[in-house]
Design a protein around this ligand. Sequence first.
Ligand code: ADP
Ligand code: MG
Length: 838
Amino acid sequence: MISLKTLFGDPGQKLVKGSQKTVEAINALEPKMGALSDEQLRDMTHALRNRIAGGDTLESLLPEAFAAVREASRRTLGLRHFDVQLIGGIVLNSSGIAEMKTGEGKTLVATTAVYLNALMNKGVHVVTVNDYLARRDAVWMGQIYAALGMSLGVIAGDGSWRYDAAHKELDEERDDTGSFHIVHEFLRPTTRREAYEADITYGTNSEFGFDYLRDNIAYEQKALNQRGHYFAVVDEIDSILIDEARTPLIISAPAQDSEDIYRSMSKVAATLQKDRDYTVDEKRKAIHLNDEGITRAEKALGVENIYTEGGIKYVHHLETAVRAQALFHKDKEYVVKDGEIIIVDEFTGRMQPGRRWSEGLHQAIEAKEGVAVQRESRTYASITYQNYFRLYEKLAGMTGTAKTSSEEFYTVYKLDVVDIPTNKPVIRKDENDLIYQTEQGKFKAIARAIKELHQKGQPVLVGTVSIEKNELLSAFLRQEGVPHEILNAKNHEREGEIVAGAGAKGAVTIATNMAGRGVDIKLGGALATPEQSQEVRDLGGLFVLGTERHEARRIDNQLRGRSGRQGDPGETRFFVSLEDSLMRVFASDTIKSLMGRFGIPEDEAIENRMVTRSLESAQTKIEGFNFDARKHVLEYDNVLDKQRRAIYERRRKVLVGRPDAVASVLTELAGESAEARAVLEKKEQELGPDTFLQAARTIMLQMLDTLWVDHLESMEYLRGSVNLRAYGQRDPLVEYRKEGTNMFKVMEEEFKGRVFETLDKLAPAQPGTPQGLAAAAPIVPVIPASASAGPQGQASTTAESELGRNDKVTITNGTETQELKYKKAEPLIASGEWKLVK
Ligand code: ADP
Ligand code: MG
């Protein structure tokens, strides 16, 4: 069949072709812009804004705005946007994802579309993957915006700033090292609100998301920070909207729960043995206690029957303790630092201080490591990244690696991925994988290969999947006497600098796959002279060595993309072993027997196109699972999202609304009820309209928040319980939606009832100060336990374990669906090829 794409052309490529004319228009404006004085250039912003006020569209202003940005950049940074960078900007402005390889200069690409949209005076957000990059990019690009008279704010976990245009004089050091250094002098600390009031605000995804949530638990208008969600450009968009999409943002505060239960469950878990007492599903990061395990636990706890005596909560704690034992490893999923458990991000290898796993998992790990167990928390507000970013009127993104996930970007965000040609042709060589029988053998071979490259002088960037592997490899290299830099979660402060220097002659840098994402590697070193970079070019450029395939091809491509920037030479190769988890879980027996048949020694490789292909197909399969898992999270969050929007909208009306808006909410709530109307009338007379409305405002906010927090908790329980019903032939999502909607209605009635009841009892002269949720306890951002629980989370695992052997189930492998008895389906599901539909 001829696909629509071949018939009509790829819409993305059409956009690239179509933008050629616009690029010509921008180029034609260059002499005119070049002739402007600095002051005239700055005044462009004012002139363009006036034209918008006069009815001009952004589209019609695009060529001039882009030409102005290019000129400002040339004058301040000495960088003139390449034509392909302008095309990238055009794609961003049309709400697309500009796929541009590493080193193509995406930081600069964003400036054009950001400036254009900032002309609307509604604020533009630029989203980066970490605080370091938010500050770096703001300081770096800030000179362009300042030259155009635009204000710039930065928000980070540890502060907020305004770019200070007073430091306008050209600064040699900043221009040399701007691509990896943060120069703090150019940032003046301000309030968060001021940072958001700037024309443009740089910050991380989580800070933007948390500020949104914080605004929605605020009790005073002056505590609000964000001023709306107009346009966001998300850098490294796949990292943010895919890798982190299983992790909703949660604001919570401690609740009371004793630490004894965690300690005793942890002790019990330590006595249980894998396979004897429980099974581990590595793919799903779940465990399943068998009868023997439960009996053993009951004995240890001194109870007859854990289900009846302890209840579901006890069982939950026990299972969590076992998960903590079997699936979470020190220096891999977390590190212990200063008596605290700190989560290590699975993809970036970065520490995430201050973040906690939810549902008691964090406490279980604290108990396991023998550090102080902190109290459990209650959710005050939560949102998924998907739903946060869908708040924006206009959304756009950039990355080097989106193509393998274009379906997801389209279905979830309606974002098209547009492949932008590179400025210079890519000449990097991507070699086939080398395959070893054992991990030990593989690491020996890697160490040898690195030593050879190092002796020759060719710089090597080694990517690993975890801190643990970093250290293992480092030990091998020490043995071989190869000097090297290690980059892992434990020293990420220096990360930018180390990565920037990874291209120096003879440099060996070991990093977890994504560490230092966003930092450019220049051949010869960060501040190389032309001769130094030529020398490294002659040696073959940067060699990227992957020590394991990641679950997602995207992450591998990201690593490869570190080499061969801007037409540089380079080479990449992955070393894999049959003991790697991807291979263990997914490699077909054919491959295993193939290796055996050749009788190859452990540190000798085979290089086989077939094996590489089969690895890639395993990755495609896992990507599919993970996409499904994220869709799953989203489908559930969508139910809550509707409710959240309704609640937050009303909340905002009550909080910031003028008196008549508050009065209209009250009238709306009273509805047809004569009784309620009577209360309103009576109290308004008794207290006088001002005091009355002020009191009503406070009461409504408090009631709304109290009920909403309870509701959030009930929805969590509901979610767990609908999954238990899944085997009863009912779609858990449909059940969840139905019951969730009912619960919401009940809450609504409760809200009305309580508001009028409280109003009725209100005595004159006690207006009361607002007591927000936030005032009650410190609030903490949280990572839910299920976020790292692998594709399906715990929920569907429970459902499966509840299935009888003769129950009919439906399974799918993505292309084909079968209905059969569970006992027949079980081995298929275990193979990883098939998954349970219901
Ligand atoms: P990416 O985010 O696409 O990986 P960066 O924004 O980090 O790339 O930029 C990579 C390097 O390219 C930086 O050192 C930057 O100075 C340089 N660069 C970007 N655009 C240009 C340009 N138009 N002319 C010259 N150098 C550029
Ligand atoms: Mg970048």
